[in-house]
Write a protein that binds this ligand. Structure first.
Ligand SMILES: CC(C)(C)CN1C(=O)[C@@H](CC(=O)N[C@@H](CC(=O)O)C(=O)O)O[C@H](c2cccc3ccccc23)c2cc(Cl)ccc21
Length: 344
């Protein structure tokens, strides 16, 4: 039979995309046809790798080899992984991963090489951190580079190879990396309660040890002011990435690529703003309200509107921290926010 353009496997891939993240799946499906399938497959490959890294039910030595070899399975027609823990949300994706491989092997060679190279490097980084603690802020930046910064570096290559964005994206590793770090750090700050309950530690010792004696104190200690001071210092760290994020967004020419990149970044600053100085973060998963997320998705469709969104949340954060002059990071936060506000 004639291979239909959108084969059964491709439809299956978009169904998996829908089940992994509803709102973001829509944004991916609106990407320019030259890039859409590559980004969809890239997203699913990364989800597959992330599902293995997250699975606490897999023996650590077996997990290490799975992470290191994952990029080779992209070229193994028929390969799937049926040993995920049942509670892993995306276990079904790995059970039918052969569908992703089928479509991966149909992508342009430049897309395939980019996706498999990033997957290889990410697997190596994840394997390294299986038995390494995130002690220093440098470790934190390195870990986030492996799990999120590399994603951005890969995306910049895909954008260039598509012909939709220019060569400058190939020489923009630092700001591409910052795009990933900003998203990942926002997630790590927001998810601290559920991560610690799962015994996952992503907050660097270098920061929390200034405020509490044990990392669990962050969510358990009665002295919530110390935990909030720690939370605020974590938020302060993310501000270093904002200039790179703004610069990266200013370079994008294709409208669908812009939306794909701008929506997660604006969601991230909204998340950080919701977390700053908010002791609820230490007790539950603080999410931005549905209405606010919809407003951001609606507004973040051009560069000037994105700047307005960044300015709005910087002002909100300045107002929030102004109520806590006793916080050790108070001066640094006020100065950092004012500097960013002036330069935007
Ligand atoms: C870890 C992560 C931040 C890289 C995950 N990541 C993202 O967070 C998604 C957004 C997402 O998945 N949102 C989900 C949130 C959720 O599931 O919690 C939603 O439902 O809205 O966006 C990123 C992403 C999008 C656009 C540009 C990027 C540049 C650098 C790095 C990542 C970039 C992403 C792009 C690709 Cl191709 C793959 C993964 C990601």
């Amino acid at each position: 039979n004639i291979k239909m353009k959108s084969s059964g496997e491709l439809k299956k891939c978009y169904q998996f995309l829908e089940s992994t993240s509803r709102s973001f799946a829509t944004v991916i499906q609106e990407i320019h046809p030259k890039l859409r399938n590559a980004i969809c497959i890239y997203y699913l490959v990364l989800r597959g790798l992330d599902t293995i890294e997250d699975d606490m039910g897999i023996n650590i030595n077996y997990k290490r080899s799975l992470l290191l070899d994952f990029h080779t399975h992209l070229y193994e027609i028929g390969w799937s992984f049926e040993e995920s823990s049942p509670e892993e949300k995306d276990a079904p994706l790995l059970m039918e991963f052969h569908v992703v491989i089928e479509e991966f092997l149909k992508l342009d060679r430049a897309y395939q090489d980019t996706i498999s190279d990033i997957t290889k490097q990410m697997g190596e980084g994840m394997a390294k951190y299986l038995d390494k603690r995130i002690n220093t802020v440098e470790d934190w930046n390195e870990y986030c580079h492996y799990v999120a910064g590399l994603v951005g570096i890969g995306l910049s290559k895909l954008f260039y190879y598509s012909g939709l964005e220019d060569k400058s994206f190939l020489d923009s590793e630092k700001i591409s990396n910052s795009m990933g770090l900003y998203l990942q750090k926002a997630n790590i700050i927001r998810d601290v309660n559920e991560d610690l309950l799962d015994d996952r530690r992503f907050w660097p010792t270098e920061i929390w040890s200034k405020h509490v004696n044990y990392i669990r104190d962050i969510i358990l200690s009665k002295q919530s002011d110390k935990s909030v001071h720690c939370l605020n210092e974590m938020c302060l760290n993310t501000f270093d990435h904002v200039p790179d994020v703004i610069e990266y967004l200013s370079m994008i020419r294709d409208p669908s690529v812009f939306n794909f990149c701008a929506i997660p970044q604006t969601m991230a600053i909204a998340t950080i703003s919701a977390c700053l100085n908010n002791e609820l973060v230490l007790k539950e998963n603080v999410k931005i309200r549905k209405g606010e997320a919809i407003r951001i998705m609606y507004e973040a469709n051009n560069f000037n509107n994105c700047l307005k969104i960044f300015v709005r949340y910087l002002d909100t954060m300045k107002a929030k921290i102004s109520k806590s002059p006793e916080d050790p990071s108070y001066k640094l936060l006020i100065n950092k926010i004012s500097t960013l506000r002036t330069n935007i």
